[in-house]
Design a protein around this ligand. Structure first.
Ligand code: FAD
Length: 634
């Protein structure tokens, strides 16, 4: 979310070491030696889920765990560690995927960043740490047919991943003193306190943040002091995955991985690309025996006695399934790949949050992150503060997040209009049982208060061509339960060629119309006190635009995409178009699982890293408990 060109502000050599000592200067493993070890479990992808899962499995000394990661380790890298830094778009850290030309978004190709490094997207993400609302997790049990995938079933794992720090406290307007502290045991606490990932509040807030929160309160949006409690609606001070004492990003590689690095039963190979999964040539359910990978320009095979786990993320997990012969038979045949399991759901059901935004120039003298851009002396002072205290603006992020139900966004009449449009498109365009089940859930949520359809992110800075010496507030608004569905599929047998990603943005008019309402709502927020008194002018889109001009603005792409690709190996029954069952095994296989964001069956009204860590934590327990008896998933 927050992107500073850090190199401009930071003298890199000036920094002391930021990483945990135990993770520094690890010599990369030799791929040949790695391949000669026989593992119990091989995990493809050392990203958010892959590292969390593998580190938990390695707690059992009787298991030998191998992880293969395409990217490299960035331990001790300030561009990753410093919270205000961003490496999105930098090919050293980011796969830099782009979508196909989007027909309903004026043909633009939308950038879809994904982390290419040890720790995966947890190393490049915007640090927001949160959960969706309870009914959204409960819907997973409806879609998967497995009752353990629910709020109750996942909460212990979200807590297991989390190390919540109540200091500094939450200073947001609209929160009572007791709730602010969040340390009293009288208050229901849903946070986790002993997990690897640090979750903390910011220590610096701009005046404009309070103004936005108070304005929203005045418009009837409550401040939510406990957004982790199962009700994630309202405006709240988002937690961030920052180790506040050290002032650094807390992510899969710096925590889960570092804690296990000395284990002799844990081997993590970086800079190695898995090219396909290997299967036994026996009768019966398909049994994975290992993987083929490429490193230093050479191909290697490595073998697993028990299971292979795919954790390559929502773009590359379906790619590897298809390259390995699991997917839609017609598609595989067209690329000369023998079908081992005909599973048409692979790569389908792609869901992504789509955002647009409105930028406002603020009156002279109001401070925002823009000062780092336009005032070199101020930026130097902030670097100094970071050096000496690990605090200040370089350790800070944007924090005011608002999640609104659809009925909280629009009038009753407009809600009826939108629902009629949703129903029409559902009847005329929806195909497949999974989508119909998702639509039934979404349709209900649109009329209720406790699940958000809309997210607003307040950024204390300009992002659309900000001018020097000016300060801005930008409010991004997105639809977090979109009705458009996209896909990701291979176009060749070559694992090094990125798959074709088509999010089908705005392919449903419902999504476009809701985004229109979101832009209008943001404009209303800026015209309402106390924020109105701080705003000098709206810069983007042009103020007082007619509806059709705003829609053109949305399609033309001043908006941004929110990097939450999900659902491309959905946890749902085979008949419904799912790819994995409730134990995360790929349908039609004996011992191949998917553990990453691909399995999330329906888009969530939250930022998903905590949910992905919880999936990995739950999978680790399932695997530890079940590995003795591999079971056929039909
Ligand atoms: C730019 C950005 C900002 C985000 N901001 C937030 C935020 O603020 N808050 C939040 O909660 N969530 C955020 N997210 C989402 C969140 O980070 C992801 O949902 C989550 O990290 C996904 O985890 P994963 O394990 O599914 O995939 P990843 O963490 O992406 O892991 C996949 C790993 O597999 C590796 N890999 C892929 N193919 C191969 C192969 N063939 N061989 C070997 N390795 C391979 C990749 O290099 C990568 O390391 C953001 C995501 C992005 C990209």
């Amino acid at each position: 979310m927050f992107s500073l060109s850090l190199r401009r502000y930071l003298a890199l050599g000036y920094l002391v070491s930021l990483a945990q000592a135990s993770c520094d200067n690890q010599a990369p493993l030799d791929p040949g030696r790695f391949s000669r070890i026989e593992y119990d479990y091989i995990i493809i992808g050392g990203g958010t889920a892959g590292i969390a899962l593998s580190a938990r499995l390695a707690e059992d000394p009787s298991l030998v765990i191998g992880v293969i990661e395409a990217g490299t380790s960035h331990a001790e890298d300030p561009l990753v560690d410093i919270p205000s830094s961003s490496v999105v778009g930098n090919a050293t850290y980011d796969w830099n995927f782009v979508s196909t030309s989007q027909r309903h978004a004026q043909g633009r190709r939308v950038s879809l960043p994904r982390g290419k490094m040890l720790g995966g997207s947890s190393g490049i993400n915007g640090l927001a740490w949160g959960r969706a609302s309870k009914p959204e997790y409960d819907s997973w049990s409806v879609l998967s047919g497995d009752g353990t995938w629910s709020w109750k079933g996942l909460l212990p794992y979200m807590q297991k991943a989390e190390n919540f720090s109540a200091v500094p406290t939450n200073p947001y307007p609209g929160i009572s003193g007791g709730q602010k502290a969040r340390v009293s045991h009288d208050i229901p606490q849903e946070d986790g306190y002993n997990g690897p990932i640090h979750a903390s509040y910011n220590s610096v807030y701009f005046q404009v943040v309070s103004a936005v929160v108070e304005t929203l309160n005045g418009l009837g949006v409550k401040t939510n002091a406990e957004p982790q409690s199962g009700d994630a609606t309202g405006v709240f001070n988002t937690l961030v995955s920052v180790d506040r004492e050290e002032g650094v990003r807390s992510y899969a590689a710096s925590t889960y991985y570092c804690s296990r690095i000395a284990n002799r039963n844990y081997r993590v190979l970086t800079d190695a690309m898995v090219t396909k999964i290997l299967f036994a040539k026996s009768e019966g359910p398909l049994t994975a025996i290992g993987v083929e990978f490429s490193a230093n320009g050479q191909l290697f095979n490595v073998f697993a006695k028990k299971e292979v786990v795919l954790a390559a993320g929502a773009v590359q997990t379906p790619q590897l399934l298809e390259l390995s012969g699991i997917g839609n038979r017609t598609l595989l045949q067209s690329h000369g790949i023998t079908t081992l399991v005909d599973l048409p759901g692979v790569g389908e059901n792609l869901q992504e949050h789509l955002f647009s935004g409105v930028q406002f120039k603020l009156k002279q003298g109001i401070q925002t992150f823009d000062l780092l851009r336009s005032d070199p002396a101020f930026a130097a002072e902030q670097r100094q503060i970071y050096q000496s205290t690990r605090g200040g603006l370089l350790a800070a992020t944007d924090n005011a997040f608002t999640f609104l139900s659809l009925k909280g966004l629009v009038s009753e009449d407009r809600l009826h209009e939108l629902l009629a449009l949703f129903d029409l498109e559902d009847h005329t365009k929806s195909t497949g049982p999974l989508l119909r089940k998702q639509n039934a859930l979404n349709r209900r949520w649109f009329t209720e208060d406790n699940v958000a359809t809309v997210e607003l992110i307040q950024l204390s800075r300009g992002i659309f061509n900000p001018t020097p010496n000016s300060s801005y507030v930008t409010i991004q608004g997105g639809i977090v339960h979109p009705s458009s569905r996209g896909s990701v599929h291979i176009t060749t047998q070559d694992a090094f060629v990125a798959p074709e990603i088509d999010p089908a943005f705005l392919s449903r008019d419902f999504d476009t119309e809701v985004l229109l309402d979101i832009i209008k709502y943001i404009q209303l927020v800026a015209q309402t006190e106390p924020l109105a008194s701080m705003v000098e002018e709206q810069t983007d889109p042009v103020p007082d635009s007619a509806d059709d001009e705003i829609i053109r603005y949305i399609r033309a792409g001043s908006g941004v995409c929110d990097e939450m690709v999900h659902g491309t190996a959905a946890m749902a029954s085979r008949e419904d178009g799912g790819v994995v069952d409730g134990s995360l095994r790929v349908h039609g296989t004996a011992n191949l699982r998917v553990v990453d964001a691909s399995i999330i069956p329906i888009q969530m009204a939250c930022h998903t890293q905590q949910t992905v860590y919880a999936i990995a934590e739950k999978a680790a327990d399932m695997i530890k408990n079940q590995h003795i008896k591999p079971k056929y998933s039909g």
